[in-house]
Design a protein around this ligand. Structure first.
Ligand SMILES: C[S@@+](CC[C@H](N)C(=O)[O-])C[C@H]1O[C@@H](n2cnc3c(N)ncnc32)[C@H](O)[C@@H]1O
Length: 266
């Protein structure tokens, strides 16, 4: 594992503890009581998972993986954080959903997990941690059965370029991949006020073309690509939650904040 990923891993290991206390984003009590962490977007677009083998990449501590298992999938979650996987396994033991978990870097997974899957799933805040989408696409294709599909719902790279300022939304980040971008900060998206030891991380920008081409080059066929003008959480401070539950920047219904994509393996 390279130095960038080691730095990111140390931060993600620490964030597991931070996130178990971040009840607004990760409400473990409600989850234990049966609440699904899946959003209506992926529930509708992935469809019926009963009896399907589902591989969840970058599962954090497994709430979505277990939510898919509760819907009837034979779900396997993967994350490179040993802290996250340990908590995911404890949650599954307590809840008895039969989800399985593997501690692995996405790129190393073919050497650590056997078998093929009907669905490979990943969501919300995953691509920015990956330096090489071409290799990522090959891992996805490796684990899909013929006829199976990959599904992602993710923060839109255009939304990721924007910043809230007094004068409104401004472009403050590049759209195209410019190599690793170093960030040093306390807290996380789930608890901005938390004080952490591991403050530095490295992230990568990926255009929509990078995503589509990584999947096409690995032999998958895109079934759909949707761009959505809202977020599932308060991504920018000026976002307001609508009656439908989605977050929007007032006056900016024309900015994409999420995308979803389904691609099949012939
Ligand atoms: C924002 S979280 C994903 C949140 C997810 N949507 C959920 O279910 O809560 C990103 C996850 O990616 C994991 N991660 C980052 N780089 C990785 C890599 N190279 N291989 C595997 N997991 C990685 C982190 O440990 C973290 O759990």
């Amino acid at each position: 594992m390279d130095g960038y990923r080691q730095t990111n891993l140390a931060r993600w290991d620490e964030l597991v503890g931070v996130h178990t206390r971040a009840r607004d984003t990760y409400d473990l009590d409600a989850f234990r009581a049966g609440r699904s962490t899946l959003q209506p977007i992926e529930i509708e677009e992935v469809g019926d998972v009963r009896g399907k083998r589902l591989l969840h990449l970058q599962c954090h501590f497994g709430m979505d993986t277990i939510s898919w298992a509760r819907q009837g999938a034979a779900a396997v979650g993967v994350d490179f954080s040993a802290e996250a996987i340990s908590l995911a396994r404890r949650l599954d033991e307590d809840l008895g959903t039969g989800a399985k978990f593997v501690c692995s870097d996405v790129y190393d997974l073919p050497g650590k997990l056997e078998g093929a899957f009907d669905i490979v799933f990943t969501s919300y805040g995953v691509l920015c941690w990956l330096s090489d989408l071409a290799a990522w696409g090959k891992v996805i294709s490796h684990f899909l059965s013929p006829g199976g599909f990959f599904y992602i719902v993710e923060l839109h790279p255009v939304g990721g370029m924007l910043d809230d300022r007094d004068e409104g939304l401004v472009v403050s980040e590049p759209y195209f991949d410019v190599g690793p971008i170093e960030e040093t900060r306390d807290g996380s998206y789930a608890d901005p006020s938390a004080v952490v030891e591991h403050k530095t991380s490295y992230q990568w920008r990926h255009s929509l073309a990078d995503v589509v081409n990584a999947l096409a080059d690995s032999g998958l066929r895109v079934a759909f690509l949707h761009e959505l003008p809202f977020s599932t959480f308060q991504w920018l401070p000026s976002m307001v939650k609508g009656e439908d539950g989605w977050w929007r920047v007032p006056g900016h219904d024309n900015v994409p904040f999420l995308f979803s994509l389904k691609a099949s393996k012939p």
